[in-house]
Design a protein around this ligand. Structure first.
Ligand code: ADP
Ligand code: G6P
Length: 469
């Protein structure tokens, strides 16, 4: 079996059940995938060094070998805080209003991708499969090709691909996409993002793309397909059964008081998650349903993320103001409507919190997938499950149509959904949950990894005609 060389910006192996932290979906999904594969996970250490040395820090942790490099302050500023999180992230989440275009960011992005290429090169052996992740590293494959790497290389993008009309606002968009076409396989989360990507290839580059995603480019064939990511279902369910989870469940239930219902939101503090709109919707629900108001609480867990980027500082500030305002307007001596918590929790505790919640409120304005929706479903008690309210604009929505699907921009829509969920009869809750659970269980991270790696190996025959180099 070929080894896997996984490359992503962030390398963070979660500790066995229990570690805290604001891990995004990528870290959680990848460490689960790598644990079962020999191989190496390469990326940035998250640390700063005065001047770049290229020194590789190799470690073995929870059965995963990691190799990391430190970056210079200017690298971090231009590549991570700059091009990745001030340019690509907002643009790919349809937030052209927040997108900053700055040549220094573009240069820093190229420079750091070149540093990644130089540093990972000595780790790559002839039969290895190279699997690159996410928007931080789109041109990495082409840089490795320039250095003579002929291995099969795949890219998986964890975030949406924007519509062509937005994407063309990116200076050098042609160059960026051309560099991506040096991979053999390009994976996106959903058919919708895949459609946007192939639309660009056809309309802007005049390329031929077959119905099964084979792109012809400069005499080579590249495959683009949707591989919706899932959660590590077995691990999550096991962690939900631990004492830690049970203790978290009980503590939270006891704190609510008798008969009070709870809604839960768990999101990195990011403008794409629709947290302001969510608070506004809950405010509307409290105003429109005064008879139910004091019987519900919204627990919003939102660990800070990307705090050096102004738009993230702004949203943090806005949410604090909004939560304070809503609580001030509605609270009573023995009841506060929003519990707003800015920290990470061990996964088992999180599972306990999800289980204690009657409603999972997952309302991103745009999201590549959204694993929280899947974790919420996996954590429920099948006999008495809670209701998932899910944004139509999450990549998870097409797989989770038995959730109550909402338009997160409409406070009326979300407020109605909260009301509907609170009144939903047990048989309907069970029916919806059973179907949601089946898809979360079957389309898990193991299947995602097997499908992607299988396709990269060319295991599916004519479906993925990867060319020899
Ligand atoms: P994103 O990748 O954009 O952050 P996802 O919903 O796909 O969004 O993944 C988020 C992951 O981070 C989930 O696995 C979730 O459990 C985890 N997470 C988010 N907030 C917390 C928190 N406060 N404590 C622990 N884990 C968290
Ligand atoms: C999303 C991105 C990941 C990223 C994570 C956390 O899941 O797709 O690439 O790692 O958010 O963000 P951060 O900037 O802290 O790595």
């Amino acid at each position: 079996m070929s080894r896997l060389i996984v490359v992503s910006n962030r390398v963070s192996v979660p500790q066995a059940m229990g570690a805290a932290g604001a891990q995004g979906g990528l870290a959680v999904a990848l460490s689960a995938a790598l644990r079962e594969h020999r191989g190496i996970w390469f990326g940035w250490s998250g640390k700063e060094t005065e001047s770049f040395t290229g020194h590789l820090d190799m470690q073995r942790n929870q059965d995963v070998t990691t190799a990391t490099i430190d970056l210079e302050p200017q690298d971090i500023e231009e590549y991570y805080n700059g091009y990745a999180n001030r340019t690509l992230w907002p643009l790919f989440h349809y937030r052209i209003d927040l997108t900053e275009y700055d040549r220094n960011f573009g240069e820093g992005y190229e420079r750091v991708n070149a540093r990644f290429a130089d540093s990972v090169l000595p780790l790559i052996e002839p039969d290895d499969l190279v699997w690159v992740h996410d928007y931080h590293l789109l041109p990495l494959g082409s840089m490795l090709r320039e250095k003579g790497v002929t291995n099969r290389m795949g890219l998986f993008l964890h975030i949406p691909w924007p519509p062509t009309r937005l994407f063309v606002s990116l200076p050098n968009h042609e160059q960026l996409v051309a560099s991506m076409l040096q991979y053999d396989l390009i994976g996106l989360q959903t058919e919708e993002w895949l459609d946007s990507f192939t639309h660009y290839l056809k309309k802007e580059m005049g390329l031929k793309v077959s119905d099964d995603g084979v792109i012809e480019y400069e005499g080579r064939r590249i495959v683009a397909r949707a591989f919706p990511i899932g959660i590590d279902y077995e691990e999550f369910v096991a962690s939900a059964r631990t004492e830690l989870a049970q203790g978290a469940y009980q503590r939270l239930k006891d704190s609510l008081g008798h008969g009070r219902k709870m809604l839960i939101g768990v999101d990195r503090l990011d403008y794409s998650k629709g947290l302001g709109e969510r608070f506004d919707s809950f405010d509307r629900f409290l105003t429109d349903n005064p008879e139910m108001a004091k019987d519900v609480v919204l627990l919003q867990i939102a660990p800070p993320s990307r705090g050096e980027v102004a738009s993230y500082q702004l949203i943090r500030h806005d949410l604090e103001r909004k939560a304070g305002h809503i609580n001030g307007a509605h609270a009573d001596v023995a009841w506060v409507p929003i519990r707003y918590v800015n920290r990470g929790y061990p996964r088992a505790e999180l599972a306990g919190f999800y289980r204690a919640a009657d409603i999972g409120l997952v309302t991103p304005l745009r999201d590549g997938m959204n694993l929280v929706a899947k974790e919420y479903v996996a954590a429920q008690d099948s006999e008495d499950p809670g209701v998932l309210i899910l944004s139509r604009f999450a990549g998870a929505a097409p797989q989770m149509e038995d959730a109550v699907l909402v338009n997160p921009h409409s406070t009326e829509d979300v407020s109605d959904a909260i009301r509907q969920a609170l009144h939903m009869p047990l048989p309907e809750r069970r029916r919806r949950h059973e179907r949601l659970l089946a898809s979360v269980r079957d389309e898990d991270v193991v299947r995602w990894r097997e499908n992607f790696v299988g396709a990269l190996r060319g295991e599916h025959g004519a479906e993925v005609p990867l060319d020899a180099r």
